[in-house]
Design a binder for this molecule. Structure first.
Ligand code: SAM
Ligand code: SF4
Length: 326
């Protein structure tokens, strides 16, 4: 079965958040004071999350990415992942993490059946990293990356949110990582989700990021895999990792969008930047798989054509990315 939306886009990818809690506070993701903690009852149980995943796969979802908040802080995650990996028809199970707990958890994650890790790392400089994350220890992330490879994972993909005046001086260092260490690196345009005064100063377009890399390295275009996100991918000849540019803000990739999202409290979203969301809880408590199936189909059918965000302004309400899952 294939899930096709009203604009003919093939939807095969679900981003499933397991928590909105996090062990750091990246300044671009959540306010300094953190977010109001969601009560335990409001967060979906693993049984409920599993039912959503199973129903989505039954409809045609082939790839699930576990996200958060920080997914590795939720107790019992490994058992949940084992059960997800066993869902017939699910072809790809991936997880996005800040990497702080990877040193202790990599082996269990690999054994549970996670195929691919994305690690968010916005600076290779310990001081800048601590500033962006409001106190995070980069050494733990670097040890985590090594532990992931020792456990059997391919070199994790590195997600870098590029912000002018914060970490844009490191673009070439990250590009070099694709040669030196074999990690693929995806440069993500900063998205204004937390309404901070003067947020426009951080904006730097994917075009400029690519230009800066191309001034230093020759680049060849890379074919994207079947479940690839909406990045444009390049490679420095001879490098084993690729360079991806995600122009979420400047270069709407909405026409290629292949995903839906479900938050840890069961709010399903057809578009990250739309205020529209559908509460799945009435179809989970008590569980009603048939209606849940119909509702998920409706979310795909109603996916908006495009979002209205740009570095000049945006229409969506403020939210913390940790509450949706990126
Ligand atoms: N805690 C995990 C992590 O940081 O990888 C998973 C959740 S995090 C919300 C998912 C992704 O969203 C991360 O790669 C993060 O860098 C990205 N993100 C968060 N806020 C963002 C923003 N304002 N602009 C662009 N990307 C953002
Ligand atoms: Fe936490 Fe990830 Fe948000 Fe950073 S980006 S605060 S690690 S949820």
């Amino acid at each position: 079965m294939q899930l096709i939306d009203s604009l003919g886009r093939h939807i095969n990818y679900l981003r499933l958040s397991v928590t909105d809690r996090c062990n750091i506070r990246c300044f671009y993701c959540m306010p300094k004071e953190g977010i109001v903690k969601t009560g335990h009852d409001a967060v979906l149980s693993y049984e409920e999350l599993h039912l959503i995943a199973e129903t989505a796969v039954g409809l045609g979802i082939e790839k699930i990415r576990i996200t958060g908040g920080e997914p590795l802080v939720r107790a019992g995650l490994i058992g949940f992942l084992e059960r997800l990996a066993a869902i017939g028809g699910l072809r790809h199970l991936a997880l996005t993490t800040n990497g702080l707990l990877l040193e202790q958890m990599s082996e269990d994650l690999f054994r549970a059946g996670v195929q691919r890790l994305n690690v968010s790392l916005d600076s290779l400089d310990s001081k800048t990293f601590a500033e962006i994350t409001r106190g995070g220890d980069i050494q733990r992330v670097l040890s985590g990356l090594e532990a992931a490879e020792r456990a059997g994972f391919p070199p994790p993909k590195i997600n870098v949110v590029v912000m002018r005046g914060v970490n844009d001086s490191e673009i070439l260092d990250f590009a070099e990582m694709t040669r030196e260490r074999g990690n693929s690196v995806r440069f993500i345009e900063y998205m204004p989700v937390v309404k901070e005064p003067g947020w426009q100063r951080f904006c730097i377009s994917g075009k400029e990021i690519l230009q800066r890399i191309a001034e230093r390295y020759p680049l060849e275009q890379v074919d994207k895999g079947a479940y690839a996100g909406p990045s444009r991918d390049f490679r420095i000849p001879g490098a084993s990792g690729s360079i991806g540019i995600i122009t979420a803000v400047s270069g709407h990739f909405c026409s290629e969008c292949n995903r839906i999202r479900v938050t840890a409290t069961g709010q399903a979203k057809g578009c990250l930047f739309s205020d529209e969301r559908t509460d799945l809880v009435p179809f989970l408590r008590p569980a009603d798989p048939q209606r849940l199936r119909e509702v998920l189909k409706g979310i795909v059918a109603g996916k908006p054509e495009r979002h209205g965000m740009s570095c000049d302004g945006y229409a969506h309400s403020n939210f913390a990315m940790s509450q949706v899952g990126g």
